[in-house]
Design a protein around this ligand. Structure first.
Ligand SMILES: [Fe+2]
Ligand SMILES: [Fe+2]
Length: 254
């Protein structure tokens, strides 16, 4: 069953908790003249998310579908949405357009290179390409400039059935969740590269008021500081010299 919460003005968080994964999948619908859905979600989840969208607006009026990177929870149901909303287009990074959308989407995507803005009525968005953060060559985040909401995908991922939004620390829960993943098949969530700190600093400079998080609680408070502190957590988890080689070593030898 889904849960709908307004986490910022006109930003509706549609959350589906999957018990087997102990994980929430959050989709964000931003109501405006041209509605935007961030995260198309999985195909299997489509009927549920569609029912939630229907509570808020006519799904056929969705104009834009944004997501960070090519993954089933980000954009698995993209084409289902494009079929139900005849004017809708994916909005994504240049890289995503070239390597994924050009063949995957049933309609051409709108690429949003810097410094272009996407104006949807009252709200304006800019896309920040963040290759390999949180993961994927095509990765990006979307920033709504009027209310300063950063749609930040898998950054700050927290396991469990969390509150819709909090002003308490989410980094501790994020770190703990990633430590749990390190023990299983979902290890190495984010590659830590020489660009990671710089990218997070760029996001902090946007001075977001709200972090709209795909898995777990969204955050309101000192978002810039949270993004800067996230670098420390990522570095500790994945930035140690030899980290990846050590993990992959035995498998390569076998
Ligand atoms: Fe992801
Ligand atoms: Fe995700």
């Amino acid at each position: 069953m889904y849960k709908v919460s307004e986490i910022a003005p006109d930003v509706y968080r549609i959350s589906v908790f999957v018990k087997e994964y102990n994980l929430q999948f959050n989709h964000f619908l931003i109501r405006d003249e041209e509605p935007l859905l961030y995260h198309a979600g999985m195909r299997l989840m489509f009927p549920e998310v569609l029912a939630a969208v229907r509570e808020l607006l006519d799904p056929a009026s969705i104009r834009w579908i944004g997501f960070s990177h090519f993954e089933m929870d980000e954009c698995g149901a993209l084409n289902e949405w494009l079929q139900i909303a005849p004017q809708a287009q994916a909005v994504c990074s240049d890289i995503c357009g070239i390597i994924n959308m050009a063949d995957y989407a049933i309609r051409p995507a709108r690429l949003l290179p810097a410094p272009e803005r996407l104006q949807t009525g009252k709200y304006a968005y800019r896309l920040i390409a963040t290759p390999h953060v949180p993961h994927g060559w095509d990765a990006s985040v979307l920033f709504e400039e009027t209310n300063k909401t950063l749609l930040c995908s898998d950054l700050f991922h927290q396991n469990g059935n969390c509150a819709a939004i909090t002003d308490h620390d989410i980094l501790g829960a994020h770190r703990q969740s990633m430590l749990e993943y390190e023990k299983g098949p979902l290890l190495e969530y984010t590659p830590y590269s020489p660009n990671t700190a710089k990218l997070l600093q760029t996001l902090a400079e946007l001075q977001p008021k709200t972090l709209a998080v795909m898995h777990g609680s969204s955050f309101m408070g000192n978002c810039a500081q949270a993004l800067l502190d996230l670098d420390g957590v990522m570095k500790e988890l994945w930035g140690q010299p030899g980290y990846s080689t050590l993990k992959a070593g035995p498998q390569l030898v076998a």
